[in-house]
Design a protein around this ligand. Structure first.
Ligand code: PHE
Length: 452
């Protein structure tokens, strides 16, 4: 299957923007500020940065080289590199995780779409109880399902157009738009009254706040934010050309992802500190409950500005979520298409329809299915738990062991240096991180998440 005519990303910029599109998502703008808020601000950021550099980038390079070398979907990739072994299980696990994540991620993505519509309709007016607004919306079976279906359709439209005309073309439009919106919002946030306090919270580290729990949360966040362990970047790398510099690409993707996460912090914390009584550790409700309050109260004197700010903010979330759902969809579509010999379109249809069905079930777990639990978790929480906290770290650890210990060192070196054409002075350090640091560190997150 791997030898079938395969699409390729057409340009270096396309490679970087598509991969960064996968990485930049709700993880940066929704999850990251929550984590920063709940883990003490600046101290968390330092640990997070270390995790990105020493853990995220090496694992990302590994995913890239596995994908590009085998030029196949992520499950087949492992059977090509390690025929007749159990390693293909790692790739298959990625496909299953991507499928599960796509189903529940689309629920939150659907919320962002609903909030964009609400913002455009100027519904965030004074006196609204935003906690009730949010709770009513997520519990309404029709609305929540409708937005899952809509979001999945948006993703589908891009996927059926293919790798170059769909993923690459859309990433080239959406990512610059996203970067533009986020820059405008940062400038707005800096001019808000609470900006100094917000920035202090974000930038002045209090080292006494670094506890084992903070370290573990930072590692988990780095992993989620860089889309690792799910086969997304491995699948995208199977469309990379021979001359793509894997280390440099991983560095650029990690840099863009981190920059966007920091910028999201620069928007959200100054905004939160601009309204007395709001707290930066509001958790998952930060973006859906706290921020509408901010738009309302902080911009009382300039409602037009508040309107523009809120529309742009939720549109930003939609764009970020969409480029990530596209990458998750592609992992499963490429697998179904290549593994079962179905056309790409049929494969995409199957994935879209089944994810829609599962997504609706996840969405309903905030309303009619609220009391239906397995292992004391709603379906939404269960999917999140199994994929993000179990399959993802496990896959990440196995990927580093696979590249660091199993794969032939010459093959790894040849991929990373593009058959000797590139000088990669950090190669030995990269191998050290993969062989020892990454498996150990990820192992610790894994055990922590599993047994807490
Ligand atoms: N990295 C994405 C984000 O930050 C989430 C994601 C995880 C996407 C895994 C693909 C795979 O939102």
């Amino acid at each position: 299957m791997a030898n079938m005519e395969r699409a390729n990303f057409g340009s270096k910029l396309g490679v970087i923007l598509a991969s960064a599109g996968s990485a930049v998502g709700l993880g940066n703008i929704w999850r990251f500020p929550c984590e920063v808020g709940q883990n003490g601000g600046a101290a968390f950021l330092l640990v997070y940065l270390a995790c990105i550099v020493f853990l995220g980038v090496p694992v990302m390079v590994s995913e890239f080289l596995i994908g590009r070398h085998s030029r196949a979907n992520t499950a087949t990739a492992y059977s090509i590199l390690a025929p007749h072994t159990k390693w293909s299980f790692v790739g298959l696990m990625g496909v299953v995780s991507a499928f599960l994540i796509l189903s529940y991620y689309t629920v939150v993505a659907g919320w962002t779409l609903e909030y964009t519509v609400a913002a455009i309709g100027d519904q965030f007016t004074a006196g609204t109880d935003f906690t009730a607004f949010f709770n009513n919306f997520v519990a309404n079976p029709w609305k929540a399902s409708l937005y899952v279906v809509l979001f999945m359709l948006l993703t589908h439209i891009v996927i059926v157009r293919g790798v170059t005309d769909g993923i690459e073309r859309f990433s080239k439009v959406m990512m610059p738009m996203l970067l533009f919106i986020i820059c405008v919002l940062v400038i707005c946030a800096f001019s808000m009254p609470g900006s100094a306090e917000g920035l202090t919270f974000l930038l002045k580290p209090d080292f006494s706040k670094i506890t084992p729990k903070v370290v573990l949360s930072a590692m988990g966040q780095a992993f989620f934010s860089l889309s690792l362990g799910m086969g997304c970047l491995c699948t995208y790398a199977s469309y990379f050309g021979k001359d793509t510099n894997l280390m440099k690409t991983a560095g650029s993707v990690a840099a863009i992802d981190t920059m966007v996460a920091f910028m999201a912090g620069f928007i959200i914390f100054p905004a939160v500190y601009s309204v007395p009584g709001l707290s930066p550790d509001a958790g998952p409700g930060l973006v859906f409950v706290t921020l509408p309050n901010v738009f309302n109260i902080a911009f009382q004197g300039a409602p037009v500005l508040g309107y523009v700010f809120s529309v742009m903010f939720y549109l930003l979330l939609v764009l970020a979520a969409l480029t990530s759902t596209i990458s998750l969809h592609e992992v499963v579509t490429a697998y179904v298409h290549e593994r079962f010999g179905l056309s790409r379109k049929v494969g995409a249809n199957i994935v879209t329809l089944s994810c829609m069905a599962l997504g609706i079930v996840c969405a309903l777990s905030f309303g009619v299915l609220k009391d239906f639990t397995l292992f004391h978790m709603t379906i939404f929480d269960l999917f999140d738990y199994v994929s993000a906290k179990f399959l993802m770290p496990l896959a990440g650890m196995l990927i580093s062991i696979f590249t660091g210990w199993y794969l032939d060192r010459k093959l790894v070196q040849s991929e990373v240096t593009n058959e000797g054409r590139l000088r990669v002075p950090l190669f030995r350090f990269y191998i050290f991180l993969l062989k020892y640091f990454a498996p150990l560190a990820i192992g610790i997150i894994f055990v922590n998440e599993l047994f807490k």
